[in-house]
Design a protein around this ligand. Structure first.
Ligand code: FAD
Length: 346
């Protein structure tokens, strides 16, 4: 209520249309509406209905920008939990990266974290395989992605953003090198700025403004295991996947990397590879029951780096290609877009 009355008395800065209601679009909408821009977010289906809702929720940085984005979470989570009245289940916990060979151990010991010998591993995580030469103990953070996406959208709405589900963007009205309006099947929305954050569909959406974006889908599959009486307290990371114990008692096994076009259905081969990995890392999971399997399409670029940048259509920004780290990188992507737009009208 307070946000709505504040929006009534103070003028907006720019009219911004955000296309895509995944984690990137919702984080951008939250940040821009907080900066007093008049935001309309268009989501073709449901908020977080694609990769952003499918993700495991690991916040494990592997780059400088990942570290910077991770550092933004405590403040962002506090703000959106307050503004949305939702709990995104953010927590900092420990994880293990086991080594099966001495050469894997040598490479892991160069990373930050504390090295544990096999006896120490057995003491702190008895369910972990004994077939290792040690493991790196590290701190990482974690949240529940569908809750995070919805909390971002609700917080944006609390700052005055209009959130439209079931509303695909169908085209643009351009004048010279600028977008003037975004089309949907029912209306045209005037825009000072447009942000396309449509995941792997960004290429298709941007093409109707004459822009080619180098992004494609990559399928990732996940399985939720009910471990019965087996206890796993820490996440376990391995080069080809991971096991993540969730607050509801399940363990998530993930995640494959497959070129399947826009087919986001789980397959026998994909799930079998996850289950093999789960058994190798935690042999007691052989008697776990399989609760659920699912898959999502990560947006991935040719060089593997995200694209958060203006295009040659002056007021059109693209924010995509966050591959395996879109949940982690959402805060820094939103801050980058806010920096590109700045405080003044476009
Ligand atoms: C199995 C799996 C596990 C993962 N685990 C993690 C993890 O643990 N940690 C992490 O950081 N990342 C993880 N990721 C990666 C992360 O999920 C993605 O990088 C991120 O969700 C991408 O978000 P996005 O908003 O760019 O795309 P999406 O989530 O795909 O959202 C794009 C949205 O745009 C909408 N859209 C498309 N076309 C239109 C249109 N014309 N008009 C309006 N809307 C449109 C779509 O419906 C969709 O909702 C994982 C991914 C997968 C698949």
């Amino acid at each position: 209520m307070f946000a709505m009355s504040r929006a009534f008395y103070l003028p907006y800065m720019s009219r911004i249309v955000v296309i895509g209601g995944g984690v990137i679009g919702c984080a951008v909408a939250e940040r821009l509406s907080l900066d007093r821009h008049q935001v309309t977010l268009l989501e073709r289906d449901q908020l977080g209905g694609r990769a952003s809702g499918a993700a495991a929720g690991e916040l494990s940085p592997a780059s400088q920008s990942g570290e910077e984005s991770l550092a933004m979470f405590p403040e962002l989570v506090a703000r959106i939990e307050k503004d949305s009245a939702m709990n995104v289940e953010y927590r900092v916990q420990q994880g293990l990266k086991p080594a099966f060979t001495e050469s894997e151990a040598t490479s892991l010991k160069t990373q930050s974290g504390r090295w544990l010998d096999p006896a120490e591993c057995g003491t702190i995580e008895p369910a972990l395989t004994r077939d290792i030469v040690g493991a790196l103990l590290l701190e990482h953070a974690h949240l529940t992605p569908p809750r995070f996406v919805h909390a971002l959208a609700r917080a944006a709405a609390a700052h005055g953003a209009e959130i439209c589900e079931g509303t695909p963007a169908t085209g643009f009205k351009l004048e010279g090198n600028e977008v003037r309006r975004v089309r949907t099947s029912t209306r045209e929305i005037a825009a000072d700025w447009v942000v396309i954050a449509a995941g792997p569909w960004t290429r298709e959406v941007a093409s109707s403004a004459g822009i080619d974006v180098d992004v494609r889908p990559q399928r990732g599959q996940l399985a939720a295991l009910d471990p019965g009486s087996l206890v796993l307290r820490r996440s376990v990371f391995w080069s080809t996947g991971y096991l993540v114990p969730k607050g509801d008692g399940t363990i998530i096994a993930g995640g494959t990397e497959e070129d399947s076009g826009f087919d986001d259905r789980p397959t026998l081969d994909g799930i079998a590879s996850l289950l093999d990995l789960a058994r190798r890392l935690v042999p007691g999971l052989a008697s776990a029951s399989l609760q659920r399997v699912w898959a999502g399409l990560r947006p991935v670029t040719s060089d593997g780096d995200p694209i958060v940048a203006p295009t040659y259509v002056h007021n059109l920004i693209v924010a995509t290609g966050h591959h395996r780290k879109g949940i982690l990188l959402a805060p820094i992507a939103a801050a980058t877009v806010a920096g590109l737009i700045g405080p003044s009208a476009g």
